[in-house]
Ligand binder design. Structure first.
Ligand SMILES: Nc1nc2c(c(=O)[nH]1)N[C@H]1C(S)=C(S)[C@@H](COP(=O)(O)OP(=O)(O)OC[C@H]3O[C@@H](n4cnc5c(=O)[nH]c(N)nc54)[C@H](O)[C@@H]3O)O[C@H]1N2
Ligand SMILES: Nc1nc2c(c(=O)[nH]1)N[C@H]1C(S)=C(S)[C@@H](COP(=O)(O)OP(=O)(O)OC[C@H]3O[C@@H](n4cnc5c(=O)[nH]c(N)nc54)[C@H](O)[C@@H]3O)O[C@H]1N2
Ligand SMILES: [Mo]
Length: 758
């Protein structure tokens, strides 16, 4: 029975389903506070339409691009936030010093509105003031040309950039001479990009939306679609209505995975009813997924012994290698360890194995709850193992479905944003452009920041994003930004990374997705690739936020042309007509044949995915099983009072952009200084709902603390606690990463929680 608890300001349990009228109301508020009411409806209706723009919210695909507008609260927030009528004018910047602006939150900074002029930092007045585009480009060029080595520069990409902008950015940096491409993917799905190529030959998901029509079972691990991929809720809602089992593994009870009212369903809206989403909800311990997966696999092997027709033996024989090693390791892993580490009972895992054995076509979907761990890459590979055991790759209704983050993060990777380029890609660049790109591998996001901390990196150029705030350990990252010789930020709105000014800093405002992009040859479209490898066009119609804005391709070209006077790339021709960029992509990256022609079709085209045809482009030519040694997420730290902290996105947030201070479905309103803890863990520590606590990181050699947080009782797996990203990044050591992929372990920080001493 629920305990009687004291009232805590801003904490009110939310009893309704996710979606429903609350979502419509929240959308109306977003529109009212950011846009004028005349343009908003038309703009929102152009989201994900054939002649419209791609939603900047998430990378979930759309089914019938030409006919439906899929209502999405958080998509609408992302669109209205960009298409806001608020502006950051030069007069405002003249009156507010950078030091004073840096005291503001990223929310307040972004809420000042869109940037209107290219800006330079003036250290004498400590303000940002307008600068001519040409002056900025020339000065950036001078500093880059003056470096001792091109490897002293870092070129960061956040996943909103289009294929065209990202391709030009990597071309610029490679012709300049470095492979230093930190990108947001390094903090996100890198475990997928690194792990899946070993398993199935390609670092991408294998399912399409059609597969969801035919699937018989969905296992959803470590993602929160009600908030982060809301359009996916339509798909899950349909499946639940058809009684397709949806098994959820998540330490928190996320409301949208429990119950959802589809705003597109007239009956549910009219009757205030909703649909149960998860058929089975298991609250795995944070970082316990490997143990859980090993348990499911163990139970499956036992079923096979019992019944004999559980594994797809023909598939395993014809298409895979390494099954014996996997099953030997699973035999050697005992149930006691599995139960302890996963926090789940053997019966729970056997139940999942039985559902899995019954299903003829299974999809596993997963997100940051799987990848942002010390062993994120190994976690991803275990998911592939589970699927391969029953041949759930390359058949309708089955496959692996990583939920990508930023709307074009997958596309950025495809067109060459990687610090570890393949030899084949570099050869093509050399052939097509006639310069020799560098071969030495470059820096990922953590390594780039470490180089900045050590002082070996001198210049940072960011194509979007908020790098210093997104990375762990601001106490290290923030000062490092200020020691750079030069920082350059291409962005739409101010954020704290922009304001951590270096010796010289330029902020270059660009067009957003929703805006009309007119170049010499007329209105331009850009292209993006969604989570399911569909590439399609996106073009905005809104009048740009200011006459002074340039498009991302134009800004990249401006910097490149100034930096590389003898460049082999006709930069200004590319800016005049983005089809030429696409022709160059077609010539250098496989899979883009007839690129320009094929994006003319509504919905675009799908990139090649060999596993869907049971072709495995691994070293052995087979799909490869893996071995996850032991069950442990981290062996570094243990101790009875050590908890694993998960850092979470709220419902009113887009990464480092906080739209408002509410997290409706989790029952938190007007505040973010919260630590979610189970009743069992509260009791163990003699704490009560609403107490003030201090949190201390328990990684050897670190002394990170966050004080004065309010602990609240929450339905979260014992042993795990939750806090908000980015506030809790202060507790994460910069080098606490998955060694294989370099991804920070944002979801498994070992912490100790004590009553606030003060
Ligand atoms: N509105 C909105 N949309 C977004 C974003 C946004 O910030 N706001 N961000 C975009 C980006 S860049 C990304 S990467 C995606 C992120 O989308 P998600 O992958 O959904 O990311 P998180 O919000 O970090 O949530 C992770 C979920 O994993 C669970 N979890 C945490 N640790 C574990 C664990 O150890 N095991 C398991 N099984 N589960 C765990 C948490 O309880 C939570 O439900 O969304 C994209 N879309
Ligand atoms: N603790 C913790 N930390 C995390 C995570 C976590 O779960 N927990 N998640 C990680 C993940 S998954 C990711 S992807 C990273 C995100 O890291 P980033 O991608 O670096 O961060 P964002 O907050 O998405 O970047 C927001 C900024 O992008 C700019 N912007 C917006 N639209 C555009 C545009 O159209 N063009 C350009 N050029 N700029 C634009 C705006 O200036 C805005 O301030 O954070 C990571 N950090
Ligand atoms: Mo992400």
């Amino acid at each position: 029975m629920a305990k009687k608890r004291r009232a805590v300001p801003g904490i009110h349990p939310y009893d309704g389903p996710a979606g429903g009228w609350g979502a419509l109301k929240a959308t109306a508020i977003a529109v009212r506070t950011q846009m004028d009411n005349l343009t908003a409806p038309a703009t929102l209706l152009r989201t994900n339409q054939p002649d419209g723009f791609d939603c900047p919210g998430c990378a979930w695909p759309d089914k019938e691009q030409h006919s439906t507008f899929q209502f999405c609260e958080n998509g609408a927030k992302a669109v209205t936030w960009e298409a806001t009528s608020k502006r950051v004018k030069p007069e405002f910047l003249a009156q507010n010093t950078v030091t004073s602006l840096l005291q503001k939150s990223d929310y307040e900074l972004e809420n000042f509105g869109r940037l209107t002029h290219p800006l330079v930092y003036d250290s004498e007045t400590d303000t940002l003031r307008p600068v001519e585009w040409e002056t900025a480009f020339n000065r950036i060029a001078e500093v880059l040309q003056g470096l001792q080595s091109p490897d002293e520069a870092e070129f960061y990409t956040s996943g909103r950039a289009s294929n065209e902008a990202a391709y030009m950015f990597q071309l610029f940096a490679r012709e300049y001479g470095t492979n230093n491409f930190p990108d947001c993917s390094n903090m996100c799905h890198e475990a997928t990009s690194v792990g899946l190529p070993f398993s199935i030959g390609i670092g991408k998901g294998t399912v399409s939306l059609d597969d969801f029509d035919e699937t018989e079972l969905v296992i959803s691990m470590g993602h929160n679609p009600g908030t982060n991929h809301p359009r996916m809720m339509g798909t899950l809602h349909e499946l639940a209505k058809k009684n397709v089992p949806i098994v959820v593994l998540n330490p928190l009870r996320e409301r949208a995975l429990e119950r959802f009212a589809d705003p597109q369903n007239v009956i549910e809206m009219a009757t205030y009813s909703s649909t149960d989403i998860a058929s089975n909800y298991f609250q795995v311990r944070a970082g316990g997924d490997a143990a859980a997966l090993k348990g499911i696999i163990k139970a499956l092997l036992q079923l096979e012994q019992l019944k004999g027709d559980v594994l797809d033996k023909d598939f395993i024989a014809a298409h895979t290698q390494g099954f014996e090693a996997l099953s030997a390791d699973i035999d050697a892993t005992d149930w006691a360890e599995i139960e302890k580490e996963s926090g789940l009972l053997r019966q729970n895992l056997e139940q999942i194995a039985e559902l899995y054995a019954k299903s003829k076509a299974t999809i596993v979907t997963y997100g940051m709850g799987i990848t942002q761990h010390n062993k994120g890459t190994a976690n991803v590979r275990l998911i592939a193992d589970l699927l391969l055991m029953r041949g759930n790759m390359g058949k309708p209704g089955a496959g692996i479905c990583p939920l990508r983050g930023h709307s074009n993060v997958q596309g950025n990777r495809t067109v060459g944003i990687t610090e570890k380029p393949s030899a084949a890609f570099l050869e093509k660049i050399e052939q097509v452009f006639g310069f020799i790109p560098p071969k030495k591998h470059g820096h990922d996001a953590v390594k780039a920041m470490q180089a900045m901390v050590e002082g070996t990196a001198k210049v940072l150029i960011c194509l979007g994003g908020n790098l210093a705030v997104a990375l762990p350990d601001p106490e290290k990252c923030f000062p490092a930004m200020k020691t750079l010789d030069l920082s350059v930020h291409v962005g739409t709105k101010l954020n704290r990374s922009h304001l951590l000014v270096a010796k010289e800093t330029y902020i270059l405002p660009c067009l957003g997705r929703t805006e009309l992009d007119l170049q010499a040859s007329g209105r331009q479209s850009v292209t993006v690739e969604d989570s399911m490898s569909m590439v399609h066009a996106s073009s905005g119609k809104l009048k740009p936020a200011s006459d002074m804005l340039l498009s991302e391709p134009a800004i990249v070209a401006g910097m490149a042309k100034a930096t590389l006077p003898d460049s082999k790339v006709p930069w200004m021709e590319l800016v005049a007509n983005y089809s030429i960029v696409r022709d160059l992509i077609e010539k250098t990256v496989p899979g883009f044949d007839n690129y320009n022609e094929r994006i003319a079709t509504p919905g675009g085209f799908r990139m090649p995915l060999p596993p869907t045809e049971r072709k495995w482009t691994t070293a052995s030519g087979k799909a490869m099983f893996s071995v996850f040694e032991g069950v442990n997420e981290d062996t570094l730290v243990e101790g009875d009072d050590v908890l694993r902290m998960i850092t979470l996105r709220s419902h009113d947030q887009y990464n480092t952009t906080i739209y408002a201070l509410d997290d409706r479905y989790r029952g938190v309103f007007g505040r973010r200084d919260i630590l979610f803890m189970s009743d069992a863990d509260l009791d163990k520590r003699g704490l009560e709902h609403g107490d003030l606590v201090d949190i201390e990181t328990m990684v050897a050699g670190s002394s990170l603390r966050l004080e004065n947080m309010t602990v609240i009782a929450y339905n979260i797996a014992p042993g795990s606690v939750g806090a908000y990203y980015p506030e809790a990044n202060i507790l994460i050591p910069l080098d606490y990463i998955d060694k294989q992929s370099g991804t920070p372990s944002y979801k498994s920080v070992p912490v100790r929680v004590t009553r606030h001493a003060g």
